[in-house]
Design a protein around this ligand. Structure first.
Ligand code: RIB
Length: 304
């Protein structure tokens, strides 16, 4: 039985150029053709869960422009309820300028646009009341994320937070999450650990999260899999699915969408993270953000 998944977050038009290598500061390099794709961390999470068969609704905002229309229809096309995605006059749809290098790594600069206008009033109580899990990221205002997390918890909804883009708000909001999803670098910054500690010292990671008020967390480590902390149980390592990365854009959001889906279905965190590792690997082995997310059939074939 699948519970409803609610995502409160961003929608961005991703303007993507491939490059052999990233330019240094002040340098110009020639890139490939420009492509415009559907992205934004919140929309990506919702689409990943929707394409895998979840019952998903997205709360967000776009501008009254062509990109906003494109993003709303892309999200709806993956089975996500977009009735709570508002169209704002006089503000541009969120935009991400993305470069992807030959090794699949990326750089992203985001212009928030309409995402920056999302407010607590955009999330009705009845939307929260019907949800089993709530997905949050930091591409919308901190006050909106805080309010959604607080109201979600009060309503008995399981709150997942991916504190990305990472900044000082991460430590302020982390204690409000039932489950925190961070990458290795974010975990080390959040917990004040040295580089490499998230891989080498599980006890320090667990103690650090506890001190922060976080009982359940997943730390993703790219090609080294992920670490799952679930209350008092020993932290568990989940191995990565081996791939040659093509484009890692949105792979973390695909992981988050898959976690949301499986937690809404009642899985424990470790089982959900094992599933999410496969979905994240699928996404990183194809170009684009939402364009790289699997259907259940495509995922089955990939993992076989
Ligand atoms: O996490 C990937 C996403 O980050 C992209 O889709 C881009 O829109 C930025 O929000």
């Amino acid at each position: 039985m699948t519970g409803r998944i609610l995502v409160v977050g961003s929608l961005n038009a991703d303007l993507v150029v491939q490059t052999e290598r990233f330019p240094r500061a002040g340098e110009t390099v020639a890139g490939g053709d420009l492509s415009i794709g559907a992205g934004g961390k919140g929309a990506n999470q919702a689409v990943a869960a929707g394409r895998l068969g979840g019952d998903v609704a997205l709360v967000g905002a776009v501008g009254a422009d062509a990109n906003g229309e494109l993003l709303r229809s892309a999200v709806a096309g993956s089975g996500v309820d977009t009735s709570l995605v508002s169209v704002r006059e006089g503000v541009a749809t969120g935009t991400a300028l993305i470069t992807v290098a030959a090794d699949g790594e990326n750089t992203i600069v985001v212009s928030a646009g309409a995402n920056g206008t999302l407010s607590p009033a955009d999330l009705p109580d009845d939307a929260l009341a019907g949800a089993a899990v709530l997905g949050l990221c930091l591409e919308v205002p901190e006050a909106t994320v805080r309010d959604a997390a607080e109201r979600g918890r009060a309503a008995g909804v399981t709150v997942l937070l991916n504190p990305s883009p990472f900044g000082p708000a991460a430590s302020r909001l982390a204690p409000l999450a039932d489950v925190l999803l961070v990458n290795e670098g974010e975990a080390e910054a959040l917990l004040g650990l040295g580089a490499g500690a998230a891989a080498d010292d599980r006890d320090a990671v667990r103690a650090g999260f506890r001190a922060l008020g976080v009982q359940r967390a997943v730390v993703t480590r790219g090609g080294d899999g992920c670490l799952v902390l679930d209350g008092d149980a020993d932290p568990e390592h989940v191995p990565a699915v081996r791939i040659s990365p093509v484009d890692t854009t949105g792979a973390g959001d695909a992981f988050m969408g898959a976690l949301l889906l499986r937690l809404a279905e009642g899985d424990d965190l470790l089982t959900a993270a094992r599933f999410a590792a496969g979905v994240g690997a699928f996404a990183a082995s194809r170009p684009g953000a939402q364009a790289s997310y699997p259907t259940p059939d495509a995922l089955r074939t990939f993992l076989a």
